[in-house]
Design a binder for this molecule. Structure first.
Ligand code: SF4
Length: 113
């Protein structure tokens, strides 16, 4: 397993986050190597870090970046779900009554909000 994967899994295991100055001890690597691993995870946007103080020493609190929850908002026109999701009809959007109805519903909802 790559060091980045190990670090990510350890960070993920700490719900409230883990201090960087504890992470390298848990990983049994030196702090420099840990900094490189953390930089890579930050660059890949897999974690976030906040300045923190642990046992009187300045360090960072590392947390797993929020995973984006799937949003279906863009597929909804009011209560109406996009007819294209899962549609198996021969698609000609410009002549599709289902799409026209959904688009109409979408416009009505935008006007009323
Ligand atoms: S436009 Fe009409 S035919 Fe094409 S995928 Fe959407 S619902 Fe289906």
């Amino acid at each position: 397993m790559e060091l980045e994967e190990v670090a990510l899994s350890l960070i993920r295991g700490h719900k409230e986050g883990v201090y960087q100055n504890e992470l390298w001890k848990e990983m049994e690597i030196d702090s420099r190597k840990c900094s490189r691993v953390v930089s890579k995870l930050l660059k890949d946007e897999l974690i976030i870090r906040e300045p923190a103080v642990s046992n009187g020493a300045r360090t960072y609190l590392l947390k797993v970046a929020e995973e984006e929850k799937p949003s279906f908002e863009l597929l909804l026109a009011g209560e109406m779900f996009s007819p294209c999701a899962g549609c198996r009809d021969a698609c000609q959007p410009e002549y599709c009554p289902k799409l026209a109805e959904w688009a109409h519903c979408l416009m009505e909802n935008e006007e009323s909000s």
